[in-house]
Design a protein around this ligand. Structure first.
Ligand SMILES: [Zn+2]
Length: 370
């Protein structure tokens, strides 16, 4: 294996195994030379990635995607782009490249490490994301306001980078995406780490809140409830509470700030609606789950039980673990965003786009198999 790919795998593990930067299958990394781009395949986790987890694409073919005109219908357009993206693949593993592949090709640096760090998203999912990005990282950091993922986002960034290039004669090292995360690009792994350290330091300096402890607290009543719900609709029920969780499960008003997702990742793992149960009673909660399912068309994964904590209902323990991690991430972002003008959740239209997005469904499916 070439040494640069080995270094990419190491940096992927470094950030991928740190939940402050990457949770579950989120984020992606890439390496490029003049002809090829190596990028994490969709649904593979950075924490576990090896050589086979990367897809190799032709950069010459990739560059054509930016020039083409696609359908105005988002569903058809994404299908067309996906086909074109697949036609750029040189590797023969049958894996699909990350949906953010074309973005990686736009930045003229050897390595790119894209993650969804909690600290960064405290700024990106806040009311003043753009202002704070400029204040903390200067004019050279490129900020991109929330845009539906896929081709629309690619086109927007394509145009923004072209403007940036006119101004600075190079592509940016730091690309911040509202309600999403960060792209860090550099020619060496050392520089990538330095940029990340700088980002963490700058945001930490501006934080004005201390988070409640997220260490698990055992609660017998919550465990008993989870036992009774276990197996309902063939799902397993996992209880979890902590000081962090209790801050939000105190009552319905306290839960309200996390009743809407902040980033596409939250929707991918937790879905976009969560059940708040007023009564800690299994029969009551089962009935509420049934009504929730009729109303929303899916079973709730996150159930907040008033005064007690969370019960996560999923198909497996591993999947439940991811839901907990992502939902706690929502809680942390929500609290920290108060230092940056207050939290800013995704809008109903933005959420509907992700809910209907085939690419994310694919990511969810592959993530489940792994
Ligand atoms: Zn992302």
């Amino acid at each position: 294996m070439n040494q640069e790919l080995q270094q990419l795998i190491e940096i992927s593990h470094f950030y991928g195994r740190n939940k402050d930067f990457v949770i579950a299958g989120g984020g992606n990394t890439s390496l490029k030379d003049d002809e090829c781009l190596w990028i994490k395949s969709s649904g593979i986790s950075l924490a576990e990635i090896d050589e086979d987890g990367f897809v190799v694409l032709s950069r010459k073919s990739l560059s054509k995607i930016a020039q083409k005109t696609y359908s105005n219908n988002p569903q058809i357009r994404e299908e067309e782009v996906k086909e074109d993206l697949n036609s750029c693949i040189l590797s023969k593993t049958g894996r699909r490249p990350s949906v953010e592949t074309s973005l990686h090709d736009l930045m003229d640096y050897k390595y790119i490490v894209h993650t969804h760090p909690t600290l960064v998203n405290a700024v990106m999912c806040s009311q003043k994301a753009a202002e704070y990005t400029r204040d903390l990282f200067g004019e050279e950091a490129l900020f991109v306001e929330y845009t539906d993922p896929g081709y629309t986002l690619f086109k927007k960034i394509f145009d923004k980078i072209a403007l940036y290039k006119q101004q600075y004669n190079r592509t940016p090292n730091l690309l911040f995406l509202e309600n999403h995360g960060i792209f860090v690009a550099a020619d060496t792994i050392d520089e990538i780490k330095k940029y990340y350290d700088f980002v963490v330091e700058q945001i930490t300096k501006s934080l004005k809140v201390t988070l409640p402890d997220s260490a698990e607290i055992r609660n017998d009543e919550l465990c008993e409830l989870a036992n009774e719900l276990n197996g309902f609709n063939s799902m397993i029920a996992i209880p979890k509470t902590s000081n962090l969780i209790k801050t939000f499960t105190l009552n319905k008003e306290a839960f309200s700030p996390v009743s809407t997702p902040f980033s596409p990742d939250h929707i991918v793992y937790c879905k976009s609606k969560y059940l708040f149960a007023e009564e800690p009673n299994a029969a009551f909660i089962k009935e509420a789950i049934t009504s929730f399912n009729i109303k929303n068309g899916y079973l709730p994964k996150v159930i907040a039980v008033k005064g007690l904590g969370l019960i996560i209902m999923e198909e497996s323990e591993k999947a439940a673990g991811n839901v907990i991690d992502l939902f706690e991430n929502m809680m942390e972002i929500c609290l920290m965003a108060s230092s940056f003008g207050g939290p800013q959740a995704m809008t109903a239209i933005q959420i509907a786009f992700i809910d209907n997005w085939e690419v994310e469904n694919y990511r969810r499916k592959v993530a489940k198999q792994n």
